[in-house]
Design a protein around this ligand. Structure first.
Ligand code: SF4
Length: 498
């Protein structure tokens, strides 16, 4: 019962985020915060609490390299303020220079949730209008729906060849009764995640709630399975210069000629040379395979790409270092390998170039960031199916005001007690509204609310009045912007008619 379960289609809440770090290897975002240029307020305030391999995205941002951000929305209801977190994350990455993608997971909504196409069309439109109203730039970014995107579907088909039913069963709990369309929607989602890299590999971040982590892990796995296609050949082709490559090509031709006419002396020589060359390729490949096996057995799979790039002379030395590292600590191994090998980043970069040159995809394993779920206004989880628990981005501003006014708080039972002991801002859905949304970029304001609350200077009645007013203003402004978007949305390259 201690285990956290992550189910993308379930209603599980994640009560203890720390467990995710231990159980699933999600890393704490705080450690990475200093590496992120102009971090978003959701990052600064710890609402974005975890990540998987976000380092390459932060690095690309710092160095002005290409990167992408993508999120899919399953159009099962109205977009609410919980979804706004993801909209904001996508828009922020776009503002930082990333290629931004917003997609409607209509195939998934139909297959996994059984929505009709009419329902899907209506909700899809509402999601996209809000995303645009919050600042997504449709000229610079990409919007699409799964069912309209042929490239995504083709990629899904390719990825499907690398996964099987029992694996999906283990990850998602699918069984013999699971319908095929649901499985297909999973590979479609994998294709969505890798889609930004179809033309060119690049770090890509998927902002999600932690319940979506199984998708991220599978996508990272599949990205790796699509990689290192013919790695030995790729490795050698990058190691040889153009003359040598030409020689290898000639030698292969000559060997064929030799098979036809063994009398030709030049062909014989080339044939011998080639046999030696082949043996060498094979020996290095064997050494690498066994190094890789040892790494896997020692649970050090992330270091695999480096093994691929050990040069021929270094293989023995590297091998010793590996064995040592497997017995000893990882750090020493990393230093050791770095001293005679390419840096991990350069090796990765080279691997991708070689792979793309050789007709492969060269996918970079996608990264993810995880945000906390918003608490429902009535306590418990914020849920699309319980109207009082959430504020829809389509709610009438006055209704939004009223919902905040009747929200549960972290206040004490009497004003006197509150003044004496202070409120429990950490358990208060109203405080969350300030931190996640109402304070916007203004950290000082968010801190002031917090300090005044826990210091007993702030009482819930006034606090809710202020929050309710801000919410009403936010909804008014958002809906005005939605109306502006409605004027041009039909000209965009996304359709809401299935
Ligand atoms: Fe929540 Fe505000 Fe009350 Fe503090 S004062 S418990 S933040 S409603």
């Amino acid at each position: 019962a201690d285990d956290v379960t992550l189910d993308p289609w379930g209603s599980s809440t994640v009560s203890d985020y720390r467990k995710l770090f231990e159980q699933f290897g999600i890393e704490e975002f705080d450690h990475l915060l200093p590496d992120v240029p102009n971090p978003h307020y959701l990052m600064r305030r710890g609402v974005i609490f975890g990540h998987r391999d976000y380092g390459p995205v932060a690095r690309a941002m710092r160095e002005g390299d290409d990167f992408a951000a993508l999120s899919g929305f399953m159009p099962t209801g109205d977009p609410h303020i919980g979804h706004k977190l993801v909209f904001d994350e996508i828009i922020w990455h776009q503002e930082q220079g990333g290629d931004a993608y917003g997609l409607i997971a209509d195939l998934e909504a139909h297959a996994a949730r059984g929505l009709t196409w009419d329902e899907i069309d209506e909700h899809a439109r509402n999601y996209i209008v809000s995303l645009l109203a919050l600042g997504f730039d449709p000229e610079a970014g990409t919007l699409y729906r799964q069912s309209d995107n042929r490239e995504v579907q083709d990629l899904a088909f390719e990825l499907g060849a690398k996964a099987n039913a029992s694996e999906l069963g283990a990850i998602y709990g699918f069984d013999g009764e699971t319908d095929v369309s649901h499985m297909q929607s999973v590979v479609t989602q994998m294709a969505d995640i890798l889609y930004p890299q179809l033309d060119e590999p690049k770090p890509t971040v998927i902002p999600v709630g932690p319940d979506q982590d199984p998708h991220v892990r599978l996508a990272r796995d599949l990205a790796a399975r699509m990689r290192f296609f013919k790695v030995t050949e790729a490795y050698f082709s990058q190691e040889l210069d153009a003359d040598e490559r030409a020689l290898v090509a000639q030698a292969y031709d000559a060997r064929e000629a030799f098979a036809e006419d063994p009398e030709t002396p030049r062909c014989e020589e080339a044939g011998e040379w080639l046999t030696e060359y082949d043996a060498e390729v094979e020996a290095v490949a064997d050494a690498r395979d066994s190094a890789v096996e040892k790494l896997d057995n020692a649970g050090m799979e992330p270091l695999r790409p480096r093994v691929r790039f050990l040069n021929r002379d270094a293989t023995d030395e590297a091998f010793e270092a590996l064995v040592e590292a497997i017995d000893g600590e990882k750090r020493r191994y990393e230093n050791h390998v770095d001293s005679f090998d390419l840096s991990a980043e350069d090796a990765e970069e080279l691997a991708r170039e070689v792979e793309v040159d050789n007709g492969g995809y060269g996918f970079v394993a996608p990264s993810s960031i995880y945000h906390r779920f918003m608490t429902g206004l009535t306590g418990g989880k914020m849920s699309s199916s319980i109207p009082a628990s959430h504020i829809s981005l389509l709610d009438d501003p006055e209704e939004g005001y009223d919902k905040v006014k009747s929200a549960t708080t972290g206040g004490r039972s009497t004003a006197e007690e509150q003044r004496e002991l202070g409120g429990k801002a950490d358990e208060c859905p109203v405080y969350e509204l300030y931190a996640y949304l109402l304070a916007g970029d203004d950290d000082e304001f968010a801190e002031k609310v917090y300090d005044e609350c826990v210091g007993g200077e702030r009482l819930c009645g006034d606090c809710k009045e202020q929050a309710a007013t801000l919410m009403e203003e936010f909804l008014e402004e958002h809906q005005e912007k939605r109306a502006e978007v409605e004027e041009y949305i039909d000209e965009l390259d996304i359709s809401f008619d299935s």
